[in-house]
Design a binder for this molecule. Structure first.
Ligand code: SAM
Length: 236
């Protein structure tokens, strides 16, 4: 008999806590001892750098938010007490479960909505979906966002998909955000500032009458660096 006919195959998209995923295993250092002697502290190599893919998880689900960013969102949730969190970019879904759990712990009545063009990598089990709405859609199509118009406020809108960001920001300002609501651009502002500084500053300046950068959270972590915007006036 062949191997394939004897094997019991797991569904890789639905199995949670997959043992192969490096996030669940501490790294194995092969070229240096993990326990470095303190009498040679000054000679320790510093070339490992930081992983290019964050190693964070929430209750067994990968979550691409580092601890500083988690702390900033904790404070923002507590301060704003949002009724809705919309996150563009679901990936494993860990951040959606984390937002839902944190809001629950705080006693908030908050609906979490995740939008992604590819939900096949989402590993949120069916038993963990209370308070979470998943929508498969492409951020390049603005009609994707129409159903959000009925969402409760205060509202936090997070762009962690990095596609069509400024067109979405324009749509959100025009059709969704009320005074005090947030539009947050994760990760990308430092890159755009480095590679397209003129366009970035021009785009941001065009929102000067309707959005302001919240300086409490815009300096709170590298992922949120200069990307936390608050709706400053009510809709015309
Ligand atoms: C950085 S991951 C999201 C991580 C997640 N928010 C977290 O914190 O754990 C980015 C996700 O954006 C999705 N994405 C990329 N382009 C998109 C688009 N045009 N429309 C919808 N989703 C998109 C990808 O499929 C991917 O799952």
């Amino acid at each position: 008999m062949n191997d394939w006919s004897r094997a019991n195959f797991l569904d890789l998209n639905t199995f949670r806590g997959l043992g192969e995923d490096p996030v669940y295993h501490p790294p194995v250092l092969t070229d240096r001892p993990r326990e470095w002697p303190l009498d040679q502290w000054a000679d320790a190599p510093r070339d490992l750098g930081y992983p290019d893919f964050a190693r964070y998880q929430w209750r067994g689900l990968r979550m691409l938010k580092d601890p500083d960013t988690q702390a900033a969102y904790h404070d923002l949730l507590w301060e704003l007490r949002p009724r809705t969190v919309v996150e563009l970019g679901v990936y494993s879904g860990g951040s959606l479960v984390w937002f839902r759990d944190l809001a629950r712990l705080m006693g908030l009545d908050c609906q979490v909505i995740g939008i992604d063009k590819d939900l096949s990598r989402c590993q949120i089990p069916d038993t963990e979906r209370t308070g979470i709405t998943l929508r498969e859609a492409d951020c390049s199509q603005l009609e994707t966002f129409e159903p959000l118009r009925g969402a409760a406020h205060p509202l936090i809108f997070i762009d962690d998909a990095h596609s069509n960001t400024f067109a979405i920001m324009k749509w959100a300002v025009g059709h969704l955000l009320e005074e005090g609501d947030y539009f947050i651009v994760e990760d990308m502002i430092p890159y755009w500032h480095r590679y397209s500084p003129a366009l970035l500053t021009q785009y941001l300046a065009s929102f000067r009458d309707v959005l302001a950068m919240d300086m409490v959270y815009a300096n709170a972590s590298s992922q949120l660096d200069r990307g936390v915007f608050r709706r400053s006036t009510t809709k015309e």
